[in-house]
Design a protein around this ligand. Structure first.
Ligand code: 2P0
Length: 328
């Protein structure tokens, strides 16, 4: 391949966890302390292009601009890929999202999933999807899940190689849930997930209970998904979400990601479900609220969310597939 000759492009979707990841067993190797279960959001995407560098150095542009604050992590991921693929060239990377970055919409998940697929393809590594997922996990825990589609489980296998495994437990087409995302603030979050997790591990008196109760949540959520039991999935997902935020709030200093409108949406969604609408909430390390619905509830939930004071915009996404290459 001639340097600079040909772009290889991949697309990956963000995912949102229903059983949440928060906390690391091993910071250096980026191994999560808890398992997680997510859904991949087909309506939002990161597109990442790579090609051999023309000047022998790695370059990274995000949405057309150099981002020094992201560059080290990207180059770290490229270094891992070079080692794995036996490749020694430098790489140019250009990445774009079609949704707000760093506001609790899991942009590092789709970003690193797309990067790993595009760059490993360019490097000719012939890596399995499992291996790609493992490499993405080392860059960002949630990214391992965006290599796959539908309902995805990340399980822990401490002491084994690899120490985590990711698998699609149900394809999107088998249970086509839909997600509404109420945007309550589109600015970047104040404490990054990586920093917040370490703070929680080191300071929250609830951290041990969070880790100890995670396997049970995963088991319950997996069973609910396999049985397409919406009520059971709603109960476990809201529990995992609120438990994670209790952990965050009990961190020192407390991690408070909710805005007033976030709380307004949670009350609304609880009321709608109590009245029989198939909808539940989840919230990540940011102020946006994700309302997970059966398709028949989407319009009514959207209209109700739009009435909550402080809701700025509402995104809508079906479930989607894992990362894929784009013909260029
Ligand atoms: C999740 N989050 O399970 C949870 C819920 C945020 C809240 O995974 O440090 O950006 O890169 O491994 O993947 C965000 O964590 O963290 C995340 P790193 P990542 O979706």
């Amino acid at each position: 391949m001639t340097p600079g000759s040909q772009w290889i492009e991949a697309c990956a979707h963000p995912n949102i966890a229903l059983v949440k990841y928060w906390g690391k067993l091993d910071v250096a190797a980026n191994i999560p302390a808890v398992p997680s279960l997510s859904i991949t959001l087909g309506g939002l995407q990161t597109r990442t292009r790579v090609r051999l560098s023309r000047d022998g150095k790695d370059h990274f542009l995000f949405e057309g601009r150099a981002r020094p604050e992201m560059e080290q992590r990207v180059i770290g991921c490229l270094d891992e890929l070079r080692r794995e693929c036996g490749f020694s060239g430098a790489v140019e990377v250009e990445s774009d999202n079609d949704f707000p970055t760093a506001a609790g919409l899991a942009s590092s998940a789709s970003g690193f999933a797309a990067l790993v697929l595009a760059a490993s393809t360019m490097m000719g590594g012939g890596l399995s999807r499992e291996k790609m997922s493992e490499l993405a996990r080392r860059a960002s825990g949630s990214a391992a899940r965006s290599l796959l589609g539908g309902f995805v489980e990340l399980s822990l296998h401490p002491g084994e190689n690899p120490p985590t495994r990711t698998r699609e437990i149900l394809p999107a087409s088998e249970w086509p849930l839909e997600v509404l995302i109420a945007i309550t603030d589109s600015s970047a979050k104040s404490v990054s997930s990586t920093a917040g997790m370490e703070l929680s591990r080191n300071t929250s008196p609830y951290y041990g209970a969070w880790v100890d109760s995670s396997a049970e949540d995963l088991r319950g959520a997996r069973e609910a998904v396999l049985n397409r039991d919406f009520e059971a999935l709603a109960e476990i997902s809201e529990h995992s979400c609120l438990k994670m935020h209790a952990l965050m709030l009990s961190t020192r200093p407390g991690l408070l990601y909710f805005k007033g409108a976030t709380v307004g949406c949670l009350h609304l969604i609880r009321r709608l479900r109590a009245e029989g609408r198939p909808v539940f909430f989840t919230v990540d390390a940011g102020p946006q609220v994700k309302a997970v619905c059966l398709p028949e509830a989407v319009e009514e939930v959207r209209e109700a969310l739009a009435e909550v004071p402080g809701v700025l915009d509402i995104l809508h996404s079906p479930l989607g597939e894992g990362a894929f290459l784009i013909e260029t």
